[in-house]
Design a protein around this ligand. Structure first.
Ligand code: DC
Length: 220
């Protein structure tokens, strides 16, 4: 099986770019952020604090996260509830970053991620795919963009959904999440030593897809 690991900070376009490239190659796309988000969703629903490790541990005992593909699109289920659309709120974003610091949360999701890569050709995106989850991936890419560019893109997406949020508050959340994700003790966001660095700040979506396709084409 072929594995392609794409890591990087939030809002760099990892998921949409990975999905497009995966479709072209006939691989499945695994958005691992959605797995952390699905746990954050259930943690919020149960009113558990991200620092209450005992309650988190108990919650995980009765929680099952699964992935299914419907017309090539990843759907995430928690205890059979389809949470794919419910996990995209700003509240879930911040909670997923908070709970992803916890070793029990990361361990809980590790097998599922590795199993998907064992059974399928995958493009898997996240924070620690090239460093921890799939250290032997065939291609590793670190995909990033400036915080301002990422905030700008998020601002536009929110507007397109008919919602409103201050640009500065989006930028602040992005900077806080980057800090938390890259400074945690376990599996922090960082480029794998053997990764190819791609900055999409000045690239359109199509240019980014082309660039990633070229990087992959040169390696496999
Ligand atoms: O990629 P995303 O924004 O959907 O991820 C949400 C959060 O999940 C992110 O802030 C950190 C965490 N995460 C992680 O710790 N490891 C991953 N492989 C993917 C996501």
């Amino acid at each position: 099986m072929i594995s392609i690991a794409i890591d990087g900070p939030s809002g760099a376009g990892k998921s949409s770019i990975s999905k497009s490239v995966a479709d072209k190659l006939g691989f499945i796309h695994v958005d691992t952020g959605a797995l952390y988000r699905s746990l954050a969703y259930i943690v919020l629903k149960k009113g558990i604090s991200a620092d209450d490790e005992i309650s988190l541990k108990n919650l995980l005992k009765t929680t099952k996260v699964t992935i299914e593909y419907v017309d090539g699109v990843q759907k995430v289920f928690v205890n059979a509830e389809d949470v794919s659309d419910k996990i995209r709120s700003e509240e879930v974003s911040m909670m997923s970053s908070n709970i992803s610091k916890k070793p029990i949360i990361r361990e809980f999701l590790l097998d599922l991620q590795r199993q998907l890569a064992q059974e399928n050709n995958v493009i898997m995106d996240g924070r620690d795919i090239g460093t921890v989850v799939l250290p032997n991936a065939d291609v590793k890419i670190f995909l990033t963009a400036s915080p301002e560019k990422r905030a700008e893109r998020r601002f536009k997406q929110i507007l397109e959904k008919g919602e409103k949020k201050e640009y500065n508050s989006i930028l602040k959340d992005i900077i806080q999440r980057d800090y938390q994700d890259s400074h945690r003790e376990i599996a922090p966001l960082k480029p794998a030593e053997d990764s190819v660095f791609v900055d999409t700040s000045d690239l359109t979506f199509e240019e980014s897809v082309l660039k990633i396709t070229e990087v992959i084409g040169a390696k496999i």
